[in-house]
Write a protein that binds this ligand. Structure first.
Ligand code: PEP
Length: 255
């Protein structure tokens, strides 16, 4: 099995409106042009997609959205944006981020509908899964992650599954400065995420799907995570809001 290509996703969350986003994208393009062995995806807020998209056009950096609605095409859903609409701009979309599960009551069923909506319109879907601190302390990580992975891929065909990436993001590590340990994160990615993918889709497909770790990644801890066999990249929040910090992380991965 050939080594999976690393993928780094910048999740700007609700930061970087159009002009700040454009500025940061310029800085990232300036610094990140030289990275060749890693896929880089920037996910700005919706209102900044066009500006950031035009800055990164013609570079190797790809554009992603942070969310889509579950109705794939169009309809009377005020304030929502569909996969069909996003597909005109973006190559990637993040689905099921824990902040959406937490603040917008996105259930596993909704996440599954969004995964299918994205795939239907040719988007590459980054599926976030992760356990809370309470679940982790109770020893429930295995059950939670396996359930979230199974639910997200319900009704997804193997060929479509190849267009997905899974981001394992323990909720307690997101934005807290308290990353998981590389060993524990790799164990979850290998056993509970890839193991479940293996049971659903078989060995070949499960080995081809890339699995990221996300949660308080920075330039100091990235090297320990990226060497782990089943961690194929990282999803980065806070550290992606500075071009220097982001580039420092990419530099370690690209070595
Ligand atoms: C995230 O937003 O998915 C994330 C991992 O954030 P941070 O890197 O800030 O922990």
């Amino acid at each position: 099995m050939t080594k999976r290509r690393s993928i780094v996703v910048a999740n700007w969350k609700m930061f970087m409106g159009p002009s700040d986003g454009e500025h940061l994208a310029h800085n990232i393009v300036d610094i990140c042009q030289s990275f060749s062995s890693v896929d880089v995806v920037i996910c700005p807020p919706l209102v900044s997609l066009t500006k950031v998209g035009s800055v990164i056009e013609g570079t190797r950096i790809k554009l992603g959205a942070q969310n889509i609605f579950w109705e794939p095409d169009e309809g009377p859903f005020t304030g929502e944006v569909s996969a069909q609409m996003i597909a005109g701009w973006c190559e990637y979309v993040i689905v099921g981020h824990s902040e959406r599960r937490q603040h917008f009551e996105e259930t596993d069923d909704i996440v599954n509908k969004k995964v299918k909506a994205g795939l239907q319109h040719g988007l590459k879907v980054i599926i976030c899964v992760g356990e809370s601190l309470v679940e982790n302390n109770a020893g429930d990580t295995k059950d939670i992650i396996e359930y979230q992975v199974r639910s997200a891929y319900q009704g997804v065909l193997p060929n479509d599954a190849l267009q997905t990436v899974v981001a394992y993001e323990p909720i307690w590590a997101i934005g807290t400065g308290l990353a998981s340990t590389p060993y524990a994160a790799n164990r979850v990615c290998a056993k509970y995420v890839r193991g479940t993918l293996d049971r659903i889709f078989g060995y070949e497909v499960s080995q081809a799907i890339r699995i990221q770790y996300g949660g308080s990644i920075n330039r100091n801890n990235i090297s320990e995570f990226i060497v782990q066999v089943d961690i194929d990249g990282v999803l980065i929040g806070g550290s992606s809001l500075s071009a220097d910090e982001f580039a420092a992380i990419l530099h370690v991965i690209d070595r």
